[in-house]
Design a protein around this ligand. Structure first.
Ligand code: TXA
Ligand code: MG
Length: 350
């Protein structure tokens, strides 16, 4: 059965696709769809059974709440208890866009959608196909990233197909995403706004609108620290490639020397190794497999390709991966948060 429907051409016939998707959602089914960050796996956020199906399709623990995607600001008022003034200011500045706000939920939102919490995470995505899909589905789409739990988030429809074929009813193909890492999450339920997950919208951008913003101490993602993250999903080991990933930190030349030494040793032992490099440094490596994730002087290119590159390593059945540190100026916090998790915090300093 063909479950992939492309809306890339933007033709009149797309209307039929959105209508079909909406019908599936109203019947409690699941539809994967593109957003500007990563692909989402959508179900009716106000239908507890649909939320249950999302957890089952992903193989995700049900204490990990889902983000509710909306297409109009009025939908925010309809599902929350009270909206602080800060939320309106953030919406004005960043919605539609890659920002998720955590607010107090009201009775309309079932606990199955929020993983048992009294709060709900809400986002208005900036992607034509996502907004059309949400509008055609009566306005409230619960959606985690459309990957199997533990796999890198999908940044194109082929990634979704690889993980979800046979588990969901439909995939809307809107091409490759623009950003490539999941939305920034901010909790507005406390006295001071708190960043729960870094993303494209940086802490500086948030502070320009809000003034003081706290950072959840668990954000470093270091599972050896005894702090419980406020975003339950941040505690899981995510994005893990099948091969063992190490981050090698230091000055570019020394990093390359050490990585070359380690990949040569791996080869001698008969282990298939690979390097995750940036375009500027690619030429420094001697390993048989060197993947350039993007350019240091274009950090958005690194964010866009990170998850796809991790999936490529799986496809090549690589056993060992050595990565450069990707601490770029603005998105570095978001990028390194994902890379550190993928590496289970294995760092080699040179
Ligand atoms: O960019 C994105 O946000 C993508 C696209 C599809 O919109 N979605 C996404 O969803 O990344 P997911 O499920 O992979 O990540 C949601 C994160 C999890 O870490 C979860 O624990 C947290 O949001 N979260 C959801 N509801 C929350 C709540 N009420 N309080 C705290 N954290 C919450
Ligand atoms: Mg996810």
């Amino acid at each position: 059965m063909n479950t992939i429907y492309s809306v890339l051409s933007g033709e009149e016939s797309d209307k039929e696709i959105y209508k079909k998707a909406g019908d599936i959602i109203r019947l409690g089914g699941l539809v994967a769809f593109p957003t500007e960050t990563v692909y989402g796996l959508g179900g009716d956020a106000l239908n507890s059974e649909a939320s249950g199906k999302i957890y089952a399709a992903k193989g995700r623990p049900s204490d990990n709440p889902l983000i509710v995607h909306i297409a109009e600001l009025s939908a925010l008022q309809a599902i929350t208890e009270s909206i602080p003034e800060a939320a309106y200011r953030l919406a004005e500045e960043f919605w539609p866009g890659p920002l998720t706000m955590v607010l107090k939920k009201n009775d309309k939102v079932p606990y199955e959608t929020t993983g048992g919490l009294d709060t709900v995470a809400v986002r208005m995505p900036e992607h034509k196909a996502a907004l059309e899909f949400i509008r055609n589905s009566d306005g409230y789409i619960a959606a985690p990233s459309a990957n199997l739990s533990g796999r890198p988030s999908p940044t194109n429809a082929m990634h979704v197909k690889a993980d979800m074929e046979g588990r969901i009813d439909m995939i809307i193909d809107g091409g490759a995403v623009g950003i490539g890492v999941e939305s920034t999450i901010i909790d507005l339920t406390g006295a001071v706004p708190m960043l729960l997950r870094p993303g494209y919208i940086s802490i500086d951008m948030l502070e320009a609108v809000l003034g003081e913003v706290e950072i959840d101490p668990a954000i470093s993602g270091d599972l050896t620290l005894d702090v419980k993250p406020k975003a339950p999903g941040m505690k899981y080991k995510h994005y893990a490639p099948k091969g063992e990933l190490f981050i090698v930190k230091g000055e570019a030349g020394s990093v390359a020397d050490r990585i070359n030494q380690m990949t040569e040793e791996a080869k001698a032992r008969g282990v298939k190794a690979a390097v995750l490099a940036t375009k500027e440094n690619e030429h420094l490596y001697t390993c048989d497999i060197v993947c350039s994730v993007g350019e240091r002087n274009d950090e958005e290119s690194i964010a866009r390709h990170l998850f796809g590159t991790l999936r490529d390593f799986d496809d090549m059945s690589v056993g060992l991966i050595y990565s450069e540190e990707l601490n770029t100026p603005r998105m570095g916090m978001a990028i390194m948060n994902r890379l550190l998790k993928a590496a289970a915090h294995r760092i080699i300093e040179v």
